[in-house]
Design a protein around this ligand. Structure first.
Ligand code: 3HC
Length: 694
């Protein structure tokens, strides 16, 4: 038996303990260890029942993701679990922590399940582009019915121990000592003469084709473009169409294996690993400790400031919220209360939790109150002089060592560091709107920041439930800088004759939640026009000429909020094409003597997306993004780049950088050096036959 699995017998009950840190993944050593333990139990006359449990912080959290894509050594998990079905003495799973994927399947193949009250259960396979491959799609419907099976397996979410018991997936929940409770449970089984039992012996619930139809439609909408949830539904149907139980299990595993090698699963596994990689900050020595943040401050309570206050208070951080004046403070507190009251009305938040969050917020108009804060996030309007003044104030009113972070989305934070007089404490913490919902946080490492301040903002991001990536200082940081290249290309495409709806459809079909022009309408064309104005001094004549947003703003068309922008919107904000946009584009072409042409979907997609890949390569070249992982994670979580393509840099690697480069060179000939000069890094890697990752 491998050392990952131990076997012992006491008082007539055998006990297997799995110990494979950090998450007890069902690696080869665990599977082999379980196979020998099972054989030993079956031949052990002294043992009347077997308990399977785990050491450490969790039960088995799934198959070992690191083994995917390599030849999988025997025993395979489904074969091993079939042996559990066949065992004649009872087996009890005693589970705690995260009971996920193959770990949940292991528990389900045991004959009884007892759970720690805090245990969480789920099938995250679809998030990795997979489906449960070791009996999950067959055992859950038999134990808990179709609706629960479909929801859990296609949704990838989790349920708690009580809910699992209600569903029939767990026999007993304990908030006492799990191992003791399991021993008592097993002894009672033996005393009562209760033997083995297997979900394999249960029948499938009555078929319900309408439920499957509804589920297919729902996942096609909610998880657009993803193959795994639809395949998972097919796998559940094997319970009706896949032959006897063992045969259905074999076919389920075959489907899962097929998906492991598919492009979506490879991309989603890359995203899983990259999310963990971005938490590791390059260039920080192992002994760098984060500063303590007990109380945070937010100064500036516009839309972003309020969202940040809500994010902090929801994450149990006491917040000092500083507004410009009493009227702004009252408006901000009202908006915060209204948002949470809306959630209480919908049932997604309790009144008690809302009250607790409000109690964590101290509203004030006195910046001096920030003396009690350990970290202050500035969120005043995007005006460099205004921000410099705020940083000068923050430098004087806060304690030495208080971290001063700007939420700017493009201004130069190094100049704010100068204004504060405390450069080692100054950084960026760029939240995305709505800040209390969006998961991404771009932490910006200024040139003179102290290493422990960097460690602090990364740890703090995690503490408030955000996915923090690190960016260097530059105009737009990672997401907005890359996005600006897509927007520019979208405007050029409109100038050349592509209609906004065609451009947006190409982007939607690729997998983004929204196209670039619809996104402009949502964000507000006035905001986009203001951003263009602030960059006008550095813009090329062609960029200045493609002034569609300025033209629309001048005509009072601000996007969704005014009912008209690139599109027109009805009172339910449903969009349709806008005749005024067509007229505007034709008049623009006439005025500037431009010939309009038909542009194919491939060209539209490549120009919009390769422009971002090329900019991503520049970010790497300049060291703004430390690794391609940071770019992929930022774009997936900040812009909705479809995770199942792996993000821009991973996607470009799959296409092959030589192909990407050749297309960019073609665009360069057609469109000019100013827009399509390949990044030196991209050119070099392509020349060496390499990718961004390898
Ligand atoms: N296999 C291998 N390594 C894993 C793993 C897994 N299933 N799950 C987590 N790890 C590793 C992580 O990569 C990380 O490694 P690192 O320290 O080198 O970066 C380490 O364990 C700790 O993980 P986290 O940082 O994510 O720790 P958290 O405490 O934040 O989260 C968790 C724990 C909720 C278990 C989370 O890691 C998770 O969601 N893991 C994936 C679970 C999963 O997807 N299981 C299904 C696998 S597919 C399957 O089972 C197929 C089956 O049906 C046949």
């Amino acid at each position: 038996m491998g050392e990952m699995v131990s076997y012992g017998v006491s008082g007539g009950i055998a006990e297997v303990v799995i110990d494979n840190p950090p998450v007890n993944a069902a690696s080869h050593g665990v599977r082999a260890g379980l196979a020998s333990a099972l054989a030993r139990f079956e031949g052990d006359a002294e043992a009347g029942a077997l308990i399977i449990r785990c050491a450490g912080r969790t039960f088995v959290a799934g198959a070992d993701i690191k083994e995917f894509g390599k030849p999988m050594a025997d025993p395979q998990l489904p074969d091993l679990l079939k042996r559990f079905d066949a065992a004649i003495k009872p087996i009890v799973a005693a589970v705690h922590g995260m009971v996920l994927g193959g770990g949940f399947e292991l528990a389900l193949a045991c004959h009884y399940r007892i759970a720690d009250a805090r245990a969480r259960f789920g099938f995250p396979e679809v998030r990795l582009g997979l489906l449960p491959g070791a009996g999950g799609t067959q055992r859950v419907p038999r134990l808990a019915g179709l609706q629960i099976a479909i929801d859990m397996i296609t949704g990838g979410g989790q349920i708690g121990a009580e809910a699992a018991k209600q569903a029939g997936l767990v026999d007993m929940v304990t908030d006492g000592d799990l191992a003791d409770a399991a021993r008592g449970f097993a002894r009672d089984l033996v005393a009562a003469g209760k033997g083995a039992r297997s979900a394999a012996d249960l029948s499938m619930p009555a078929d319900d084709p309408a439920l499957f139809d509804a589920a297919r439609k729902s996942v096609a909408r909610k998880m657009r473009g993803q193959t795994a949830p639809l395949k998972a539904l097919e796998a559940i149907r094997l319970g009706y169409e896949g032959g006897p139980f063992d045969q259905a299990l074999d076919r389920e595993y075959a489907l899962c294996r097929e998906m492991v090698t598919g492009s979506q699963s490879r991309a989603l596994r890359h995203i899983f690993a990259a999310e963990r990689e971005v938490a590791k900050v390059p260039g920080l020595s192992a002994d760098t400790t984060a500063r303590m943040v007990e109380t945070a401050g937010v100064i500036g309570l516009g839309v972003m400031g309020r969202g940040i206050v809500m994010a902090l208070a929801a994450a149990t951080v006491p917040v000092i919220a500083v507004a410009l004046d009493q009227a702004h403070l009252d408006a901000a507190m009202k908006a915060i209360r209204d948002t949470w009251a809306g959630q209480v009305a919908k049932g997604s938040l309790t009144q008690a939790e809302m009250d607790a969050r409000l109690a964590r917020i101290t509203g004030t108009v006195e910046p001096a109150r920030l003396v009690d804060a350990d970290l202050v996030i500035e969120a005043v309007s995007e005006d460099i002089e205004r921000k410099q003044a705020v940083f000068a104030t923050l430098g004087s009113v806060t304690k030495p060592g208080t971290i001063l972070a700007s939420n700017t989305s493009f201004l130069d934070i190094d100049t704010l560091a100068d204004a504060s007089g405390r450069a080692a404490d100054v950084c960026g913490m760029h939240f995305f709107n709505p800040a209390h919902i969006m998961r991404l946080l771009e932490n910006v490492r200024t040139t003179r920041i102290a290493p422990d301040a960097v460690a602090t903002i990364m740890a703090f991001g995690k503490r408030i439930g955000k996915l923090a990536v690190l960016s260097g200082v530059c105009d737009g940081f990672i997401v907005n800088r890359m996005l600006s290249k897509r927007s520019r290309e979208a405007f050029f495409l409109v100038e050349e004759g592509a209609s906004p709806s065609v451009i947006d459809k190409v982007v939607l079909d690729y997998g983004f939640p929204m196209g670039p022009l619809a996104l402009g309408d949502l964000a507000g064309l006035d905001i986009q026009a203001a951003a263009r104005k602030s960059r006008a001094a550095k813009a090329t004549p062609r960029e200045l000429r493609a002034d569609f947003v300025e033209q629309m703003v001048a005509a009072g068309r601000l996007g969704q909020k005014s009912g008209s922008g690139w599109y027109v919107y009805d009172e339910k904000r449903k969009s349709s094409s806008n005749p005024e946009t067509d007229a505007l584009v034709s008049a623009h072409a006439k005025r500037h003597g431009l010939a309009l042409r038909e542009i194919g979907a491939d060209e539209i997609r490549e120009r919009l997306l390769y422009a971002m890949v090329n900019e991503g390569a520049r970010l790497l070249d300049e060291g703004v993004a430390p690794r391609p992982h940071d770019i992929d994670i930022a774009m997936v979580n900040g812009l909705g780049w479809p995770a199942y393509t792996g993000g821009p840099m991973f996607w470009a690697d799959q296409i092959g950088l030589a192909t990407v480069l050749a297309t960019i060179e073609r665009f360069r000939k057609e469109q000019g050096d100013a827009y399509w000069t390949p990044s030196p890094l991209l050119a070099r890697l392509a020349g060496e036959g390499r990718g961004f990752y390898a």
